[in-house]
Write a protein that binds this ligand. Structure first.
Ligand SMILES: Cc1cc2nc3c(=O)[nH]c(=O)nc-3n(C[C@H](O)[C@H](O)[C@H](O)COP(=O)(O)O)c2cc1C
Length: 148
């Protein structure tokens, strides 16, 4: 069974752009191996990540990510069963969304009263999937990430 998990976390103090690039590289290698797909959005203070994969794989991966020192406070805002992936081509894509900084802060701070808020956020983030030529091994490259 396929599951998707969506969370928003706070970027830990001192985390640099290089740190995020390293996270992305590791995530892309691991996720390909685990058949996990998804998207990582970053604003000035927050990460928002959507992960899709087999339920058993997702449980372990999300638990591992939650303990990562490069971010903190990692509440799962949405976890549900899916039949099709929203990011089938991304082992992990990174998008910079400073324009969504306030919304990410509020959703992280207040949590979801209902799933609709998390779904809305995912829709906003999804609007910035990269062009076809930026998928696969190229997805982490700087010029590909400038899809916003
Ligand atoms: C915001 C964020 C997102 C991450 N996303 C992933 C991911 O999608 N897949 C992954 O394998 N690791 C991801 N990581 C890294 C993991 O926390 C962990 O460092 C990595 O899986 C290697 O784990 P290991 O050292 O136990 O092998 C992420 C880390 C952070 C801070």
């Amino acid at each position: 069974m396929l599951t998707r998990v969506f969370y928003i976390s706070e970027v830990a103090e001192g985390v640099t752009e290089l740190d995020v690039q390293i996270v992305l590289g590791v995530a892309q290698v691991n996720n390909r191996r685990l058949d996990v797909t998804g998207m990582l959005a970053q604003s000035d203070g927050h990460f928002a990540q959507l992960l899709e994969g087999r339920s058993d794989v997702m449980r372990q991966l999300v638990a591992r990510i939650a303990t990562d020192q490069r971010h903190r406070s990692v509440p799962t805002l949405l976890q549900d069963a899916i039949t099709t992936r929203q990011f089938p081509r991304w082992a992990m894509g990174l998008i910079r969304r400073d324009d969504m900084a306030q919304e990410m802060l509020e959703l992280h701070r207040d949590g979801c009263e209902h799933n609709g808020q998390a779904r809305w956020m995912i829709q906003q983030l999804m609007a910035f999937q990269p062009a076809e030529e930026c998928v696969g091994p190229e997805a982490g490259r700087r010029d590909c990430r400038k899809s916003t």
